[in-house]
Design a protein around this ligand. Structure first.
Ligand code: HOZ
Length: 429
């Protein structure tokens, strides 16, 4: 396999783009080697600038639930193009999108569209602060909520990968207002609330974490947080940028049957186009300008092309609930295949999975928080990643990310992935 064209592009990119990439994880720093430059994708496959083909297991970090360039979404986007690309004025599609989101995720009574998950989480926290009149928030170690200043404290995803979970540039004042607890540690969270009585505006978390690898909530953790928030007038924010409409029609909150006050959504509701949204209880959302005093705005918010792509995908998911059963089945099969291979080769491993999200950690420790995720052998993961890439499987280039499976992965493709996994693992021992 040659990657000469990717290498050349990376050299050019490094001259004009910091680190040669527009988002750090994709630079492959955590796994070594040069990044692959993608030219196109269709269904279950990515194609690079050197004409190599890879089975796709990231799917743009989640949104390509139906695989790449799904024909219905492609047609809808094409059909929308001749009506122009941006108005900065209200459209019918925004109304339809708000109605559809509210019907699929009933905790959302009102919703505001923005342009990314980062914008959604920043806006939701500002709203929680404005609504409660309090400054502090609680987040969980290893959870990542985009690159807003308040969240770059003990953060996961790229910041964990690059080893700078507390980014320089975040003022001490902002950092002081972000309190952190280990994920799944209800007692520590209760302590933080007790020690900061009437000062906590919001508790924000990924109900299923995707940004320290895939980590599930322990039994009772989400319900405990719901009660803690109710008892103390705190806004509970679920960051469902990765899980919303992926784990179920109604996201993780449907799976675990917990109703947050606010929810943040991202790329999934744009079918992969740049979109985000935050929504929830009407009394809180009515605090957003122009109905309320908390300001938030954006020319591109509710962009018609992005709305078209997102609406088409969400409608498809709404009308085809069998998608979720199939995603669960095929991902379970993949993980069982990996587990068999690892057992046969006597390697330490933990596999976390829920629905179509999963992670393989090279550790025998049960992974329920960031400290446990960090026991994984990341050097071994780097070699595993490289081997899989050379064998035509594109994994997330960091231990602290999750795999996202699409409906384009058939049984035959799953068997190929499991066979590649076996071959690569064998070569590592
Ligand atoms: N932080 C993103 C996933 N958790 C990665 C985004 C990207 O590199 O495109």
């Amino acid at each position: 396999m040659t990657i000469d064209n990717s290498k050349q592009l990376f050299e050019r990119a490094n001259k004009f783009i910091p680190g040669g990439v527009n988002s750090p994880v994709r630079a492959f720093k955590a796994v070594g080697g040069d990044p692959i430059f993608i030219k196109s994708a269709k269904g279950a496959y990515l194609f690079d600038e050197d004409k190599n083909q890879y089975i796709e297991l990231i799917n743009s970090w989640g949104p390509m639930i139906l695989g790449h360039a799904h024909p219905e979404i492609e047609e809808a986007i094409k059909g929308s193009l001749s009506a122009s690309f941006s108005f900065g004025a209200p459209t019918r599609k925004e109304v339809e999108m708000a109605e559809l989101i509210a019907s699929m995720m009933p905790s959302i009574e009102k919703v505001r569209m923005v342009n990314s998950g980062t914008e959604a989480t920043m806006s939701a926290v500002r709203l929680a602060r404005g609504f409660t009149g309090r400054d502090k928030i609680i987040k969980f170690e290893g959870c990542y909520h985009g690159h807003g200043d308040s969240f770059l404290i003990a953060a996961g995803s790229g910041v964990a990968t690059m080893g700078s979970p507390d980014s320089p540039g975040v003022t001490q004042g902002v950092a002081n207002d972000t309190l952190t607890a280990p994920f799944n540690d209800l007692e520590k969270t209760q302590e933080l609330v007790a020690n900061n009585k009437n000062q906590i505006a919001a508790i924000i978390l990924e109900p299923v974490v995707g940004n320290m690898g895939c980590v599930l909530p322990n039994e009772g953790f989400l319900a405990g947080l719901r009660k803690l928030c109710d008892d103390n007038g705190i806004i509970l924010i679920f960051d469902e940028v990765m899980t919303g409409f992926r784990l179920a029609k109604g996201g993780a909150q449907e799976v675990f049957n917990i109703k947050p006050d606010l929810t943040t959504l991202g790329k999934i509701i744009g079918g992969g186009m740049p979109v985000g949204a935050y929504g929830g209880r009407a009394d809180i959302m009515d605090f957003v300008s122009p109905s309320g005093p908390v300001y938030q705005a954006g020319t591109l918010s509710g962009n018609p092309i992005a709305m078209t792509a997102g609406l088409t995908m969400l409608r498809y998911l709404n009308e085809h609930p069998e998608v979720y059963t199939e995603l669960d089945r095929i991902t379970k099969k993949l993980c069982a295949g990996f587990a068999n291979n690892l057992k046969e080769l006597d390697l330490n491993y933990t596999i976390n999975r829920i629905g179509s999200m999963c992670s393989l950690f090279f550790t025998d420790v049960k992974v329920t928080n960031f400290e446990e995720a960090k026991t994984s052998d990341t050097a071994l993961f780097g070699r595993y990643f490289k081997g899989m890439l050379e064998n035509g499987v594109y994994l997330a280039p960091s231990q602290y990310e999750t795999l996202f499976i699409s409906t384009a992965i058939t049984d035959t493709i799953a068997d190929e992935i499991i066979a590649a996994n076996k071959k690569v693992l064998k070569s590592l021992i």
